[in-house]
Design a protein around this ligand. Sequence first.
Ligand SMILES: *[C@@H]1O[C@H](CO)[C@@H](O)[C@H](O)[C@H]1NC(C)=O
Ligand SMILES: *[C@@H]1O[C@H](CO)[C@@H](O)[C@H](O)[C@H]1NC(C)=O
Length: 225
Amino acid sequence: MVAGRGSVWLLVVVIVGAGCFERCGAQLPIPARTDGFVWGTSPAPAWGGAVVVEAFFDPVCPDSRDAWPPLQKAAQHYGAARVAVVVHLFPLPYHSNAFIACRSIHTVNKINASAVYPLLEKFFKYQEGYYNQPTYTKSRATVVDEITNNLVAPIIGEANLAAYKSGFNDSQSDQATRISFKYGCARGVTGTPYFFVNGMPLGDSGSPVDYNKWISTLDPLVGKM
Ligand SMILES: *[C@@H]1O[C@H](CO)[C@@H](O)[C@H](O)[C@H]1NC(C)=O
Ligand SMILES: *[C@@H]1O[C@H](CO)[C@@H](O)[C@H](O)[C@H]1NC(C)=O
C-alpha cells in the first residue's frame, strides 16, 4: 500500500517534471554578439569600469520617446567613461509597427552603425504617424515604404537605399529583431521604457524617468568608483 502510493507519487513527479522540461527546456537562440547599441563614441562599456544603464525602448512607444532626452542628458552630465548607456530594442506586440521599426534599425546598423541613434531619434520624432490608429487601413508594404522613404533615406542617403531594402528583407535582420525581443523577455522586460542599472531592474520602469531621478539614482554609484 505504502509502496503503491510511492509509485503514484513518482509517476506524478515524472509527469510534472517532463512537462516543465518541455516548456522551459528549449534553448533561446544565443546571438553571436550581445544585444544592444552602445550610445556615444566611447568604446563598449567595460563591464565593471563604468555604471551601465540599459534601456529597453520601443521606437513607436511614446513613453520610450519621452524617456530618451532625460537619460541622454544624465549620461552627458557624467560622460561615457563614468556612465555608459546601452539601448536595447523591444518591439511591443500591441504596437502594430514596432517590429518593422526595430527591424529597420537593425538593418541600418549593418550598413552604418553610426546611423542607429539618428534613426532611433527620427522614429521618436515622427512616431505618431506610425501608431496603430493612423496606419490601421494601410498595408504593411505601405508602412515599410513610408519608413524607408521618410525616415531611413534622409539618414543613410539614397546611395545606400538598395542595400537597406534588401537588408530589411533578409532573414538576418528578422533574426536580430527577434533576438532583441527574446533578450528582453529573458530578462523579464514587460513594457517600455524598461531600465536596468548595473544589471538591476529599476523600479520606475514602464514610464519615463526624469533627469533629477537619474541624477539621484546615479550619483551614489558614480561616487563609489
Ligand atoms: C554614417 O552615418 C553617420 C550619421 O548619420 C554619417 O555622419 C556618416 O557620414 C555615415 N557614414 C557613411 C560611410 O555613410
Ligand atoms: C522584399 O520582400 C517583398 C515581399 O516578399 C517583395 O515584394 C520585395 O520585392 C522585396 N524587396 C527587395 C528589395 O528584395
